[in-house]
Design a protein around this ligand. Structure first.
Ligand SMILES: Cc1cc2nc3c(=O)[nH]c(=O)nc-3n(C[C@H](O)[C@H](O)[C@H](O)COP(=O)(O)OP(=O)(O)OC[C@H]3O[C@@H](n4cnc5c(N)ncnc54)[C@H](O)[C@@H]3O)c2cc1C
Length: 481
């Protein structure tokens, strides 16, 4: 696309899934409305995709960051379909759709029907050795406990302890939640992360009652079976998640892609029309009619100090944690555990170093050679930030110690890959929704500026797709005015 003075131009800072979704939506809008826009995607790294990265090594297929996404939030799936990637999508394997939890040093199944925060089936809870009898009685009391009125937000830990008791929190909910957010439930906002549970309490007077009612309505086998996360609803691509970002990259090839281009600051140019000046380390400043800062809120905070210090301060209040994923490949015969689940989560009370592990080759086909298995161990996060100081061999050794013990592994891994994701996991702390509402009000005062990414209305890939697309849609309108 050639640039002339009349063509409006937009700069997208960040070429992860958020920025690429924004660029692709702009392309769709330009095509649909026969409008020309000059769009540049700038990324500090030497590749696009952000934390989405797929490696192929020694017959293993490794997603080094995220490895799948939910379909219940429809935006990533809808995008994949618009890109014509239907036939590339795969769901989790039908066998072993369950999760394990460590209890007293051993792996045991999370009771069937335990969906993230709440049990929905009676028998599995009655018969599991995971909880004590007083713990089970306490959980059952949820059915009749009075609701607490007037709460707009509270921590996940406060909610679960209040409704289901401490044992439910310590033995299942904390490890499941920490496995997703790499955070402590004591700090996480219920309203921002799992608002459905607060709504169920309000609407039905009990979470169990509400979930059973919703389950009856749905009667979907996928949601009614399984434990832990709702595995039937997860999908990925045969060739790994990079299929999505690579495809987006191809679709926006008419736009300018500037990788290896760290943006250092943004300025507002005062004049009749609001314009923006984007300064980078490696090239002369670029002027733009609109800017999307697509990616972690922390990065937006670093860029907006001169434009709006109050906004920058509010953005920097959204904290981020760093994490590492250690990918380990073994010969199947060297792992004595049956691996009859998609993975395991580890309660803080067990005092191990890994937060969770995925049995990737059990979860999705094509992740390991036929005689091998691929495991992923999650480390660091807000739970064990000190582990991030270990070098790669230290992380591998630590992950192996925990996994060898838990899974009865008798050999060294034949493949070990470490990926580090500094400051990538947003921590939605209590009060997050108010913080984001303030940020949105402030951004509204700067026409031509959009913020999108995992720091605001959702951390998952579908949320980021939606955020990027919405930012593109509003900017498309603003720059036409
Ligand atoms: C280890 C891990 C596992 C996860 N697992 C899942 C999962 O299974 N399913 C799921 O749905 N979600 C998962 N998530 C969350 C989800 O992957 C992320 O929230 C999402 O991919 C973030 O996308 P993004 O584009 O907003 O940010 P990023 O992917 O972080 O991309 C931001 C980009 O901006 C660039 N950038 C930053 N600052 C600048 C600057 N100043 N100038 C230029 N460029 C800049 C960066 O280089 C980066 O490429 C996981 C996240 C991690 C870290």
């Amino acid at each position: 696309m050639t640039h002339n003075a009349l063509t409006k131009n937009i700069v997208i800072i960040g070429g992860g899934i958020t920025g690429l979704s924004a660029a692709h939506r702009l392309k769709e809008l330009c095509d649909k409305n026969a409008v020309r826009l000059d769009v540049t995607v700038m990324d500090a790294r030497d590749r696009l995709g952000g934390v989405i990265q797929t490696l192929k090594r020694d017959g293993f297929l490794i997603d080094t960051g995220p490895d799948n996404f939910v379909t219940a939030k429809p935006w990533a799936l809808a995008l994949a379909r618009r890109l014509g990637l239907d036939s590339e999508l795969i769901t989790t394997n039908k066998a072993h759709r369950s999760a394990l939890v460590v209890r007293d040093g051993r792996l045991m199944p999370i009771p069937e029907g335990f969906l993230l925060m709440a049990p929905t089936k009676l028998m599995p809870i009655l018969t599991t050795p995971l909880f004590s009898i007083p713990g089970k009685l306490r959980m059952a009391m949820e059915y009749v406990l009075p609701t607490r009125k007037g709460i707009n937000d509270e921590s996940l830990a406060s909610f679960v302890t209040r409704r289901f008791g401490r044992e439910a929190l310590d033995r299942v909910v904390q490890p499941l939640i920490s496995g997703i957010y790499t955070a402590r439930p004591e700090t996480l906002s219920l309203r921002a992360t799992m608002p459905r549970f607060l709504d169920l309490e309000r609407q039905y007077g009990s979470v169990i009652k509400g979930m059973r009612a919703a389950g009856k309505k749905r009667k979907s086998a996928q949601t009614a079976t399984g434990s832990g996360a709702r595995y039937g609803m997860f999908v990925t691509f045969k060739g790994g998640l990079e299929t999505l970002t690579n495809n987006l990259k191809d679709r926006v090839k008419d736009f300018r892609i500037a990788i290896g281009t760290p943006v250092t600051s943004i300025e507002k140019i005062n004049g009749p029309a609001s314009k923006w000046r984007i300064k980078t380390k490696s090239a002369p400043p670029v002027e733009a009619d609109g800017v999307i800062i697509a990616g972690p809120a922390k990065n937006a905070a670093a860029l907006l100090g001169d434009v709006d210090p109050v906004l920058a301060k509010a953005l920097s209040a959204i904290r981020y944690a760093s994490s590492a994923v250690v990918h380990l490949g073994y010969k199947r015969k060297d792992v004595s555990h049956p691996l009859d689940a998609f993975g395991c989560v580890v309660p803080i009370t067990e005092q191990r170093r890994i937060i969770a592990a995925s049995f990737s080759s059990v979860k999705y086909e094509g992740r390991a050679p036929a005689d091998s298995v691929l495991l992923r161990a999650f480390m660091g996060g807000a739970l064990n930030p000190e582990l991030m100081a270990l070098n790669d061999s230290g992380l591998i050794e630590t992950a192996c110690q925990d996994l060898h013990d838990l899974l009865g592994i008798r050999a060294e891994p034949r493949l070990a890959v470490v990926s580090r994701w500094p400051d990538s996991m947003a921590q939605y702390e209590v009060g997050h929704m108010e913080r984001v509402a303030d940020i949105r009000r402030r951004v509204h005062g700067h026409p031509g500026l959009e913020l999108a990414g995992n720091g605001y209305e959702g951390v998952g890939i579908p949320d980021c797709v939606r955020a990027g697309e919405q930012a593109a849609e509003s900017l498309f309108t603003v720059v036409q005015e």
